[in-house]
Each structure stands twice: as structure tokens, then as C-alpha cells.
Design a protein around this ligand. Structure first.
Ligand SMILES: [Zn+2]
Length: 108
């Protein structure tokens, strides 16, 4: 199903200043079979939203949050490899085995 982001109610107005979004305010960060992620910048207050629009058999759902990410940050993060359980365990082990150095690095 094709998603027209301008027709989705939650994405009509900036939640912070109520300015109506225009077509050029939307930027597609990623798009797939089940939906798309959008970055929207308000032309008046310049705050940005990151919105996920998902298409299911029962309808179209959207979730948006205010972000300080710019378009380039959003693209970089969207295409970054996910953190796995193995990564988390390796990081835990690194901290545990080097706790003094790790704490020193944080306070430096
Ligand atoms: Zn605004």
C-alpha cells in the first residue's frame, strides 16, 4: 500500500507551533514493504519530528516524536547496524574487566 504522508492526520501540523506542514518539509529517511520513516522539519519553529508510518492489514499507524536529529543524522542512524545481544555482553565484559580505566575515561 502506498503511503501519502501528507494525508496522515498526525503529520499535518507541527505539534509545537501548529504550523501546517508543506510537501517540501517531509524527507523519507527509509522506506520498506511495511512502511516508512520520515524526517519532518517545521518551516516556522525549525523543530523536527521523526515519524514512523506502518502499514498493516488493519490500517495505517503512525508514531512521531520530536527530535534534535537533522536529516543526515536520521539517515545515518536508520542505516546503522543494530546492536546485538553479543555486542551488549562484550561491552559489559569490557567495562567489568577495565572498570577503573572506563570510569577514568568517563570523567576525563
Ligand atoms: Zn513548528
Amino acid at each position: 500500500m502506498k503511503i501519502n504522508e501528507e494525508k496522515i492526520k498526525i503529520l499535518e501540523h507541527c505539534p509545537l507551533c501548529q504550523e501546517k506542514y508543506k510537501k517540501g518539509d517531509f524527507f523519507v529517511v527509509e522506506e520498506g514493504e511495511q512502511g516508512k520513516t520520515l524526517h519532518i522539519t517545521c518551516p516556522v519553529c525549525h523543530h523536527a519530528l521523526l515519524a514512523r508510518v506502518t502499514v498493516t492489514n488493519s490500517g495505517i499507524y503512525s508514531l512521531a516524536l520530536v527530535t534534535d536529529l537533522d536529516k543526515e543524522d536520521a539517515i545515518r542512524i536508520a542505516h546503522r547496524k543494530s546492536i546485538s545481544q553479543k555486542d551488549v555482553l562484550a561491552f559489559h565484559k569490557l567495562i567489568r574487566n577495565n572498570s577503573e580505566y572506563f570510569m577514568y575515561s568517563l570523567t576525563k
